[in-house]
Design a protein around this ligand. Structure first.
Ligand SMILES: [Zn+2]
Length: 222
């Protein structure tokens, strides 16, 4: 029996959910979770509906195969480079969702325009410089650089990447990224959004992380 079976099954469940939502097109899109010394990631070019835990690929921090019979996703380097740079990230979801990819095609950083973005992402959503498809290592390095301290980013002319401590949070982040992208496109077409001042982005993120849903938070807002 393969190790980390529960992690592998959770990745499969995430893929099926993302495909149902239309965030994954064909086999475009991938999911990973950090494990000791490396990460477990979806395989390259396997239909999500036929995935089994044995199809998942375990790769070391150095990029070497630890366990698995499949080739890892061709976008492994995006995941690996981000995990290497950010110790706080435990799961990464890469999608080709429509609105986020549309913005990625404009190579535009998304400012903080709505409170759920301030709360869940906590910053602008940066965009990478363009890296041609097939230059996997360069794309990984560029993604990690552009991400910086943020929790989501756009890959130029390609798609979106959402990061969080857990897979559940990374999935929620990717839903927020797509919603923010839709709102940005809608408001841009209608004259342009007004952004949330940075001081309130910081306070809203802090409130979401530490005080949201607690009695003290209610008392303060009344
Ligand atoms: Zn992709």
């Amino acid at each position: 029996m393969s190790r980390h079976r529960e992690v592998k099954q959770a990745i499969i469940d995430a893929c099926l959910w993302l495909e149902e939502k239309g965030y994954f097109i064909g086999t475009y899109g991938n999911v990973s979770v950090r494990v000791e010394g490396g990460l477990i990631i979806t395989p390259s070019r396997v239909d999500y509906r036929s995935l089994t835990p044995e199809d998942m690929v375990w790769v070391s921090d150095e990029g070497q195969l630890v366990e698995g019979v499949r080739l890892p996703s061709s976008e492994l380097e995006v995941h690996r480079c981000i995990y290497l740079r950010r110790a706080d990230i435990g799961a990464i979801v890469h999608t080709h969702s429509l609105a986020a990819t549309a913005l990625a095609c404009m190579r535009r950083e998304v400012p903080v325009i709505v409170e759920e973005q301030a709360q869940v992402i906590g910053s602008v959503i940066p965009c990478t410089r363009y890296v041609p498809a097939g230059q996997h290592r360069r794309l990984g390095e560029e993604a990690a650089r552009a991400l910086g301290d943020c929790n989501a980013l756009l890959l130029a002319n390609h798609g979106a990447v959402s990061c969080a401590a857990t897979l559940e949070e990374a999935l929620f982040t990717c839903v927020i990224v797509e919603r923010v992208a839709q709102m940005y496109l809608l408001t841009s077409a209608a004259g342009g959004p007004l952004t949330i001042p940075q001081e309130f982005v910081i306070s809203e993120r802090e409130r979401f992380l530490y005080r949201y849903g607690k009695a003290e938070d209610h008392a303060e807002t009344e």
